[in-house]
Design a protein around this ligand. Structure first.
Ligand SMILES: Nc1ncnc2c1ncn2[C@@H]1O[C@H](COP(=O)(O)OP(=O)(O)OP(=O)(O)O)[C@@H](O)[C@H]1O
Ligand SMILES: [Mg+2]
Length: 1114
């Protein structure tokens, strides 16, 4: 027994065509066995270490045979890992294990298209690990045999697929094949009951078996238009060495190599408006998520965590991989990576997954036992099982986890008993088969299986397609492209011919294609004098190179892409047509992109696209055909659902971050209920729809219960009506703001208004008033100060009538959970009257930045009312012609009614409001200072204490300022620095009180300890010496207008207060103009330095230098 860690390798592939077209950036780097990934946005680099890091991105060239070999002239040539290197370091070890009698498992993990199959199976001459493993296995067997080895060697091959938690035998091509049950054997663990394990005698046979399995996979997937990358494929090669030991016993050393090509790991989508992921979505990817859970649990166990349950039983995949993950197996994982910046999130998550996997430990043992003993054990066990089945007494303890059934109801007990009975019968059969395999001569079994194989037929087809005109399938998985061939001529490829394509329901068709929107008589491909033409029957939808084929006959050219119905993609291929075609190697993606481009009006070129735009484009290409198909299936099954594609910005989804995404809106045509599905939910549902449609085509009853119906969604589920974004800039100045803002829905249209506000307050929620004097001129002053404010959601007005039970929810800054308002029934004008104190704690630069530039989103949710017209009951309602399916026509992506909600506008509006308030505050201060000067002049005060000036300056209200100003006449006027200058024991800083307009703007203090900072324009000079009572009086009369000034400040007091409190961004233009008319002498000065009044500014500059007659303050 050897305990060892799972070995983990990562491998990065070259850019694919689209990535190159987009000028993608490489975000992966590898040095030694360290792999680093760079976040394209932040440029942060994360490093991971694995057992192997394979650089297969660049540094290679075609060696002339199509094989990608290292290019020694390239800077990365040395580190380039070709297929051979990967095999030598990873696959060869698996083969060594097999010879030694250890089980091995090698699985490939990674997002769709990341290169899993390239590493596992390979493409053409670039053979992957599986074929090289098999090739070398036979090579070594032959070498041993040639060297006179006495052992007998037996190789058995099986191939299965797990799709949507159904296990299929890929070597079973019979039309009546069933899904396999996964059962548990007390000794060998979980196994797929009834899985064919065929003897194979040569490498060529294995190759053909793989081809047979892949073709069966393709047929199944094409029939249902299943997304191949959601399937897991497990190839098992069992290698048995039989020998006779010294005691004369026959020994069997056996080893299983499981080569697992996992389904593509899904993108981490935002959950969008639909909230938690759907149950059935989880079911589709259940195997993959269970694998993740098992790996996480095993990693924790390896890290020392006790009493941890590993949830193997949660999925078919984890049951079948139980040994590989935590038992008798040496295990290797290859994590396939995309190099492109566009896939950063997925690639990072793959790296993290791989990082966890490397902690897992398995304990492999050599499987070597005397055959006789094995047979004896199997016999004994079968006797036991038979006895148990006969007596009806089941040994519950045989089930894992000791499901003894102590606290079960009778019904549960009976159910479990039936399950156990099936389990035992399965075990009995398996044991019998194992015994047979041990006893029956391998050669005989081999001959039998060779007779049954269909691979000879495949070889013939492959030969024929080289010269005969045909169509071959296009599949999203390139491994499955070209596996289905339909010849378009019969016995003699030169004879005129015609092929009628239909869904198999009508008489007289030559070729049956299954799939939605394929009609009984769909279209006809004619061959006359070497020319092929295509003609469609009425109401049948066929696209040629992305455009609908209309009544007029079309000539087919080599490499033309054809779409029959909504999902059957083919390429027309005429080996006899030697005229060069524009497209040389059509791919599935290309065929989808040209349809999206031609029907939806989307720009599908890869040029100059940002990462988010590229992702959006990728989603469109992926989802558009699915929407079409969903509509078609809905119509065929009479489901009364319509599907539309919508493009939704994060703001419209009510999210603060994220990218613009494609969503699908499902509408109940009868009740008008709507549901918005995110990409993942739609794709999951679409898979289930295809499956349902497949059953429908087979004549199976498709009236499934609600929880299995992909067209069902909860009409009572909460619906995201719209959202509102509230900016918090005013809070960064500790000013309140209350607004009436548009509520925008998914499409960016206004669906009502919301009255909302943010109010500075203390931690207990007491709102600050003017008197509290919390206004800050600069938000950075909030650093270190407690920041609390109150959110008030007063009401919404004019919501659409089709909603009830309306409520709001929101979260602010780093809050994790949403806060919800009360729920308001049956009103389009709900009064939420919700308020809550948000305490951000002591301000940090981050918090200040958030307040200055950030916002929070309030989402408005409700329930949809049933809008079914009164009296209208049931009945089949057809999908209206406005749907996305138009026979023979185009896709109507609803991008035309997508309005982009412009958050920038709202942001600017709020900024302006905050700025206005700030300006009001500053002007209020300025007015106080002006009045202070006026009063000082009036009372002929040459000096004022700084403390008093400060009191006036910081006075939050006019009243308070007024009180301080009233103290001016009482101020002592003294030149004595040491005497009057010291207040309360501390020395006050001197300030010049300018005595006339010029002085205010530009006078230089010439006396007594003025520190130069005292006046803004002080350095500019000016002989402010003329200080006489007369002059100051003149000023009072002319420039100052004492009474006017009073009036003015009164006006300001009213306005200032209201403005501040109400926080309205109502136009203050009247007031504003009055202010502007105010005498210039009111402006400028020290406190006026913030003023942006350019007129004043220029006057200041133009003012002649004058000696200041100002007093000097200490
Ligand atoms: N190392 C490589 N060198 C050259 N081409 C590669 C390499 N890896 C992958 N590719 C190409 O990238 C494409 C996607 O690779 P592959 O089919 O292996 O992905 P996958 O991970 O198996 O995807 P899926 O999840 O859809 O099965 C293929 O066209 C393949 O030829
Ligand atoms: Mg693959």
């Amino acid at each position: 027994m050897t305990e060892e860690n799972v070995k983990v390798a990562v491998r990065v592939r070259p850019f694919n065509g689209r990535e190159k077209e987009r000028n993608s950036q490489v975000i992966i780097d590898m040095t030694g066995n360290t792999t680093s990934i760079t976040d394209p946005a932040s440029k942060d680099v994360k490093k991971f270490t694995f057992d192997f890091s394979y650089w297969s991105h660049d540094g290679c060239k075609d060696d002339g045979t199509g094989y990608m070999a290292p290019d020694t002239s390239h800077p990365n040539g040395k580190k380039f890992a070709d297929q051979k290197k990967v095999y030598n370091e990873m696959g060869a070890g698996v083969l060594k294990n097999a010879w030694e009698g250890y089980n091995s498992t090698l699985f490939a993990y990674g997002q769709t298209g990341s290169g899993k199959s390239w590493s596992m199976v390979g493409y053409g001459v670039n053979k992957g690990i599986v074929p090289i493993y098999c090739e070398n296995l036979y090579k070594q067997i032959d070498e041993k045999r040639a060297a006179g080895a006495k052992e007998q060697y037996e190789v058995m091959f099986s191939m299965l697929e797990i799709y949507n938690e159904n296990v299929q035998d890929l070597l079973d091509s019979s039309p009546s094949k069933k899904y396999l049950n996964v059962r548990q054997h007390p000794k060998s663990g979980f196994y797929a009951d009834g899985l064919k394990s065929v003897p194979v005698g040569t490498y060529a046979e294995i190759e053909q078996r793989i081809e047979e399995g892949t073709r069966n996979r393709t047929v199944a997937s094409t029939k249902m238009n299943a997304t191949s990358s959601r399937a897991h494929t497990i190839v098992t090669i069992k290698f048995v060495q039989k020998s006779v030991n010294a005691a004369g016993e026959e020994m069997a050393k056996s080893a299983e190599a499981n080569l697992v090509d996992l389904a593509g790991s899904e993108r981490a989508d935002s959950t969008g408006a639909t909230g938690a992921r759907l149950k059935e979505g989880a079911a589709i990817n259940q195997s993959l998520s269970s694998l993740g859970n098992c790996i996480a649990a095993l990693a924790e166990i390896a890290g020392g965590k006790k009493n941890m349950q590993v949830p193997y039983r949660d999925s078919m995949l984890t049951k079948l991989l139980k040994n590989a993950l935590g038992g008798n197996s040496k295990t290797i994982m290859i994590a396939a990576l995309s190099p492109a910046d566009i896939n950063f999130e997925e690639t990072l998550s793959t790296l993290r997954y791989a990082d966890r996997a490397k902690q897992i430990k398995t304990t492999a043992r050599v499987n070597e036992d005397p055959t006789a003993q094995l047979i004896r054990e199997l016999q004994e066990e079968n006797e036991k099982l038979k006895a148990m089945l006969a007596s009806g007494k089941m040994d519950m303890s045989l089930l894992e986890n000791g499901e003894g059934g102590a606290d079960m109801t009778d019904e549960e007990r009976a159910k479990l008993k039936n399950e156990l009975e099936a389990e035992y019968k399965g075990m009995l059969e398996k044991n019998k088969l194992d015994m047979e395999n041990m006893e029956k001569e391998f050669q005989k079994r081999l001959q039998e299986s060779q007779g049954q194989s269909s691979y000879k037929l495949i070889a013939e087809i492959n030969e024929k397609k080289k010269t005969y005109p045909h169509m071959y399938n296009l599949n999203s998985d390139p491994q499955m492209t070209g596996r289905i061939i339909h010849f378009l001529v019969k016995s003699d490829s030169t004879m005129d011919d015609e092929t009628i394509i239909g869904n198999g329901k009508a008489e007289g068709t030559d070729l049956t294609l299954r799939g939605s929107s394929i009609t009984d008589m769909h279209c006809k491909i004619m061959h006359k004098d070497g020319v092929f033409t295509l003609e469609t029957f009425p109401n049948a939808r066929t696209l040629r190179n992305g455009k609908p084929v209309t009544a007029e006959t079309k000539v087919l050219k080599n490499n033309d892409r054809l779409l029959f119905g909504t999902s059957q993609f083919y390429v027309f291929c005429n080996p006899k047509d030697t005229t060069p075609s524009k497209v040389t190697d059509p791919t599935f993606e290309m065929a989808q992109a040209e349809i999206a481009e031609k029907s939806g009006g989307f720009d599908m070129s890869g040029n100059n696209k940002s990462r988010d735009e590229s992702l959006l484009q990728q989603d469109l290409i992926e989802i558009m055909p699915g929407v079409e198909e969903a509509n078609s299936i809905s119509e065929a099954l009479g489901k009364q659902r319509r599907f539309d594609l919508v493009i939704v910005s994060p703001e419209a989804r009510g999210e603060m971050t994220g990218r613009t995404e494609v969503m699908v809106k499902m509408t109940d045509i009868e009740t008008k209920h709507e549901w918005f599905w995110n990409r993942q939910k739609f794709l999951d549902r679409k898979c289930l729809m295809s499956e349902l449609f497949d059953k429908f085509e087979d004549g199976v009853d498709v009236n499934v219960p609600q929880d299995k119906d992909p067209f069902y969604d909860d009409p009572k589920a909460d619906f995201h009506i719209g959202s509102v974004k509230m900016w918090l800039q005013s809070i960064s100045y500790m000013l309140e703001s209350s607004e009436t803002l548009d509520i925008t829905d998914f499409k960016g249209s206004s669906v009502g208004k919301m009255a909302i506000g943010a109010y500075p307050c203390d931690a207990k929620g007491k709102e600050y008033t003017e008197k509290d004097n919390k206004f800050v001129e600069d938000p950075s002053k909030l650093v270190g100060v407690p920041v609390d404010f109150k959110v008030k959601i007063l009401n919404a007005r004019g919501l659409p009538n089709r909603f009830t039970d309306v409520y709001c929810k929101y979260k602010v800054y780093l809050e994790e959970g949403f806060t919800q308002s009360k729920v308001m029934k049956d009103t389009i004008n709900p009064d939420f009257n919700h308020e809550r104190v948000i305490s951000l704690g002591a301000g940090t630069p981050e918090i200040v930045e958030f307040l200055k530039t950030g916002a929070f989103t309030v989402q408005i949710w409700g329930k949809q009312k049933d809008m079914k017209p009164k009296g209208g009951k049931g009945g089949k309602v057809l999908v209206p012609k406005t749907s996305t399916v138009v026979p023979g026509g185009t896709i109507h992506a609803v991008n035309d009614n997508v309005k982009r909600f412009d958050p920038e506008k709202v942001k600017i509006m709020m900024e302006v409001t905050a700025l206005k308030k700030r300006q009001e505050k500053m002007e209020q201060k300025l007015a106080h200072m002006q009045k202070m000067i006026a009063v000082a002049e009036e009372h002929n005060k040459r000096k004022l204490r700084t403390a008093l000036i400060k009191d006036i300056y910081v006075a939050p209200t006019n009243d308070q300022a007024e009180k301080c100003i009233k103290l001016i006449p009482l101020e002592q006027d003294s030149d004595d620095e040491d005497g009057g200058g010291i207040v309360g024991g501390s020395k006050v800083v001197g300030v010049v009180i300018p005595q006339n307009k010029q002085d205010i703007s530009g006078g230089e203090a010439d006396k007594g300890g003025v520190d130069g900072k005292g006046t803004k324009g002080g350095k500019k000079g000016g002989d402010g010496n003329k200080n006489s009572d007369e002059e100051s009086k003149k000023k009072k009369d002319k420039g100052h207008k004492g009474p006017d000034s009073d009036d003015d400040s009164k006006k300001k007091e009213v306005k200032g207060h209201n403005g501040g409190r109400r926080g309205s961004h109502s136009s203050d233009s009247e007031d504003e103009s009055k202010k502007k008319k105010a005498p210039p002498s009111h402006k400028g000065g020290r406190s006026g330095s913030h003023s942006s009044d350019s007129e004043d500014e220029s006057k200041k500059k133009k003012a002649p230098p004058k000696k200041s007659s100002a007093c000097v303050l200490l």
